[in-house]
Design a binder for this molecule. Structure first.
Ligand code: GRF
Length: 206
């Protein structure tokens, strides 16, 4: 494990439950990811994940998008918190806001997202429902670098799960979520260790 001074500092942006956030915090605490948490930010004041982060001793902040408007002002406020906590990497973990080029540009290549489908299939909301209704036999999750297009940037890692005949949105979502909690820390570990380089859209792991 590198010295704290050389480990990147990771902010996690949430809007709700925060189970991926908890998986990332656990992985950093247990040194499976060579990084330290900087801050957890929620745009929703009563997001359950905030209490889990606080219980884990991680600084938290709320930047309420209904109070800080317009969109650009909200994003600037989020960026002020990121900077105040000396953030190097930003992980979106169920953050239900579309980022603007402002933040994406400031942290180019250092904003990660997890999506509950095998991109480029089923981008956007309710991906598990869309996969089920389409009738695919395999779905999964994707960790990717965020660019200006929603659920579009270069793919770091993917994990597949079967879609079973008797699946409901709930059972499929639970099967995917179990993989999300493994995949996201693995992807963050690669980025934090500086092992990820880009060749066009292709992510190379060195
Ligand atoms: C996850 O399914 C994630 O893939 C999607 O939003 C959900 C967030 O769940 N982006 P949680 O808040 O991490 O529990």
């Amino acid at each position: 494990m590198p010295e704290a001074a050389s480990r990147p500092r990771v902010a996690i942006l949430i809007s709700g439950r925060g189970s991926n956030m908890s998986a990332l915090l656990d992985a950093m605490r247990e040194a499976r990811v060579p990084a330290d948490p900087s801050v957890v930010i929620s745009n929703v004041p009563d997001a359950p994940g905030l209490a889990h982060a606080a219980a884990a001793g991680v600084p938290t902040a709320v930047v309420d998008h209904t109070k800080v408007t317009p969109r650009e002002a909200h994003e600037r406020a989020v960026m002020d918190v990121l900077e105040a906590h000396r953030t190097d990497i930003v992980c979106l973990a169920g953050f239900m806001r579309r980022l603007t080029p402002l933040l994406i540009g400031a942290y180019r290549g250092r904003v990660l997202n997890i999506h509950p489908a095998l991109l480029p299939a089923f981008p956007g909301l309710d991906a598990q429902k869309a996969a089920l209704e389409y009738g695919v036999k395999v779905s999964g999750c994707t960790v990717h670098i965020v660019d200006e297009v929603v659920d579009h940037g270069p793919i770091i890692l993917q994990a597949a799960v079967p879609v079973l005949d008797d699946d409901t949105v709930e059972t499929l979502s639970a099967r995917i979520l179990e993989q999300e909690h493994v995949l996201y820390p693995r992807a963050l570990a690669l980025v934090a260790a500086g092992r990820v380089t880009l060749d066009g859209r292709r992510v190379r792991v060195g």
